[in-house]
Design a binder for this molecule. Structure first.
Ligand SMILES: Cc1cc2nc3c(=O)[nH]c(=O)nc-3n(C[C@H](O)[C@H](O)[C@H](O)COP(=O)(O)O)c2cc1C
Length: 178
């Protein structure tokens, strides 16, 4: 599979990126092609809710910014992995902007690229059991609305993701279907 991981943490050595890298190592060991984008490194603006994308024939967003990189990859992506720190019980603002901008590329779902059929979610938080907001958004928007199959949800609470959790993520990546 071609897998696209969208990392929503600004911290270059934080828990989210460590979880994403462990998953990537496992997936690559099983022959998958993985691209990891730290969305905070791209200049991605918020959705302006202008509906220009839905009014135009080509369905493109009128804004041209870092999101163009992500749009250009969606057509060749089989699996999307959202990786985010929990901020106030939801996704980070950086990742939320990307999700909102999917409005141009993936909604309505007839627009969704045919080969994009799978998803997974990686979440890092300070406290345990704070995932309902992000899970609700993921399950509603990604799995339900976009008709994606959920392959897994992984969470990590506390200061530092443990070696056991990283191992579990490597195993998950290595056991993905082809
Ligand atoms: C703006 C902000 C809001 C946060 N909100 C929460 C929260 O609601 N619940 C929680 O458990 N942790 C919260 N945290 C802590 C982060 O989720 C936690 O430190 C996480 O491991 C950060 O991931 P990272 O290391 O990949 O950056 C928040 C941190 C920040 C900076």
């Amino acid at each position: 599979m071609n897998i696209l991981i969208l990392n929503g943490s600004p911290r270059p050595t934080g828990n989210t990126i460590r979880m994403a890298e462990a998953f990537r190592t496992g997936a690559e060991s099983a022959g998958h092609h993985v691209r990891l984008i730290s969305v905070c490194r791209l200049d991605i603006h918020d959705c302006r809710a202008c509906e220009a994308c839905h009014a135009s024939a080509d369905g493109r967003c009128f804004q041209h910014d870092g999101m163009d990189v992500i749009y250009s990859l969606l057509g060749e992506t089989d699996m999307l992995v959202l990786a985010s720190p929990i901020y106030y019980h939801g996704f980070s603002g950086h990742l939320k902007c990307v999700i909102d901008r999917f409005y141009a590329a993936l909604y309505p779902k007839e627009r969704k690229p045919a080969r994009l059929t799978r998803a997974a979610l990686l979440l890092a938080s300070g406290a345990p059991d704070v995932y309902d907001g992000a899970r609700f958004s993921y399950e509603g928007d990604f799995l339900g609305y976009l008709d994606l199959e959920n392959l897994g949800v992984f969470t990590c609470a506390g200061d530092r993701v443990s070696p056991e959790q990283l191992h579990e993520l490597r195993l998950f990546g290595a056991a993905l279907p082809q």
